[in-house]
Structures are given as structure tokens and as C-alpha cells.
Design a protein around this ligand. Structure first.
Ligand SMILES: C[S@@+](CC[C@H](N)C(=O)[O-])C[C@H]1O[C@@H](n2cnc3c(N)ncnc32)[C@H](O)[C@@H]1O
Ligand SMILES: [Mg+2]
Length: 252
């Protein structure tokens, strides 16, 4: 784990300081499509398609060039802003937060260079909830497997969601296939991700995530797989293949 100064990390019950320091340590690479965030770059079109499908269906929106124009979005654990930038381009009124100050600096600079005005903040879900902020849509992708306390995190997210809103989550299943692909494959063999990027024990099965969402007063959907086809090197949405990467939506 890379050490960063403690002041650079927002503290709170959901923050695992080692996890956040890990991301801060490689923050300069967020926008390098061949760097340690390569899997997120590759997954991005599929994740955005999932968000678009779910948000348009939930709010009965027309699938226009800027479908999100009427909605207030939160991108929680936004990292370098890989999702925030396309969400902003699709019209979202967006707040993007991360527990690492370094990530927020990298994300802000990149948005500025891209001509996008995104409200980036170095804070946590619980601090934002305490401040009384609320959102129509919460994008919560690849974060829950890195937080310190899943229940506290989801409770804070529930407070942040307006009645009638929707949260979109994605994470990694706790299966032997996920151990083989997401850890041995991605970290050890392909070296897409640095060693230690993921702790298999922190992965949640769809049933566990669904139960945790219900306990936090969300209404969870069935899981949708993000399925990787090694032949074309492509990701796609799948109703069946939830063995490694998957998404779930949660109505408020
Ligand atoms: C794997 S990255 C995902 C980044 C982004 N959501 C994406 O998918 O492109 C996980 C991010 O969550 C942040 N994070 C972890 N725990 C957090 C917490 N409790 N509150 C806010 N951010 C957190 C980390 O700093 C890191 O940037
Ligand atoms: Mg992850």
C-alpha cells in the first residue's frame, strides 16, 4: 500500500484509509487507458449503457442526446471521473465525490482540460448525507468492495437518495471464477491492476448485496452481469453471467 499524508483522506465510518491511500497512490494514472485503471476504461461503455438503460426506464425518459438534463446525479467514489465526464456530457446536474483529495485534484484538472464544469468534492457519503444533500440518481460503481462498513455506507446512500430516486451499483461477485479472473488474471497474470487492488473477502455476492440494500430500505433489482468475452476482448450486459462483474439497481 502506498502511503499518503492522512490529511489527504476524508475520514468517516465508511472510509478504509488503506484502500483510499491505495487509489491516491496511483491517481496520476486514472486517465491512462493502458495503465492500472485499464479494466475500468474497457468497462466504461457497458457501465454507461447500464446506467442509461436503468435511468431512462426508471424515470420514463426519452433516450435523447442529453437524457439526464432534468436529474440531479451523485457519482460517489468517483475516482478520476471516468464516469462523471460522460454523465455530465449527457446532461446530468452532477456532484462527484471521493474520499481521496488526490483523486479529486486529478479529476478536476482533467475535467477542466475537457471543458467540463463538474462539482468535484473531497468528502464521503456520510458527510454529504449529514449536510442534507439529496439526489435523483446515485452512481455507485466499483466502490462498495472498498469501503470499511457496507451497512453504514448504504445507510448514508439511502439518506442521499430522494424519494422515487434510483441508485446504480456495480461490484465483483465472491466466486472462485472472480478469484481467478479479477485477482489472479487481472493482477498477477495480465497485470492490468496493481497487486492488492482487490481483497476477495470483501467481494459481495448478488444475494448479499441485495440483502444489504433491503436492510438499508432500498428496493433492489435482480443483478445484471458485466460479461467479458476474451475472444473479442469486449464487455457486454448479460442476464445470466453474474459470476464476476455485475450491477444492480436500487430504488429508493
Ligand atoms: C475502484 S475506484 C472506482 C472509481 C469510479 N467509481 C469508477 O468506477 O471509475 C474506488 C474509489 O472509491 C473511493 N472510495 C473508497 N471508499 C470511499 C468512501 N467511503 N467514500 C468515498 N469514496 C470512497 C476510492 O478513493 C476510489 O477512488
Ligand atoms: Mg474495485
Amino acid at each position: 500500500m502506498t502511503n499518503v499524508h492522512p490529511e489527504q483522506i476524508a475520514t468517516g465510518s465508511t472510509v478504509d484509509a488503506d484502500e483510499v491511500a491505495f487509489f491516491a497512490g496511483i491517481a496520476d494514472s486514472w486517465w491512462d487507458p493502458k495503465g492500472p485503471f485499464k479494466p475500468l476504461h474497457q468497462l466504461n461503455p457497458t457501465r454507461l449503457a447500464y446506467i442509461r438503460q436503468e435511468v431512462c426506464r426508471h424515470f420514463d425518459l426519452k433516450d435523447t442526446l442529453r437524457p439526464y438534463e432534468t436529474l440531479r446525479f451523485l457519482d460517489i467514489g468517483c475516482g478520476g471521473g471516468l464516469l462523471s465526464e460522460p454523465l455530465k456530457r449527457l446532461g446530468a446536474d452532477l456532484v462527484s465525490v471521493d474520499a481521496s483529495e488526490k483523486n479529486i485534484k486529478v479529476a478536476s484538472l482533467h475535467a477542466e482540460q475537457s471543458g467540463l464544469d463538474i462539482d468535484y468534492r473531497n468528502t464521503t457519503a456520510e458527510a454529504l448525507a449529514d449536510a442534507g444533500e439529496t439526489f435523483d440518481v446515485i452512481v455507485n460503481m466499483e466502490v462498495i468492495e472498498h469501503v470499511a462498513d457496507v451497512s453504514a455506507y448504504l445507510e448514508a446512500c439511502r439518506k442521499l437518495l430522494k424519494p422515487g430516486g434510483i441508485m446504480l451499483l456495480s461490484t465483483i461477485n465472491r466466486t472462485s471464477k472472480a478469484y481467478l479472473f479479477a485477482i489472479i488474471g487481472a493482477e498477477v497474470i495480465l497485470r492490468w491492476l496493481p497487486r492488492g487492488a482487490h481483497d476477495w473477502n470483501k467481494f459481495l455476492t448478488p444475494k448479499e448485496l441485495s440483502d444489504a440494500l433491503e436492510a438499508a430500505s432500498f428496493t433492489p433489482s435482480a443483478p445484471t452481469g458485466f460479461s467479458f468475452n476474451p475472444l473479442g476482448g469486449r464487455w457486454s450486459l448479460s442476464d445470466r453471467d453474474v459470476a464476476v462483474n455485475y450491477a444492480m439497481s436500487a430504488a429508493g
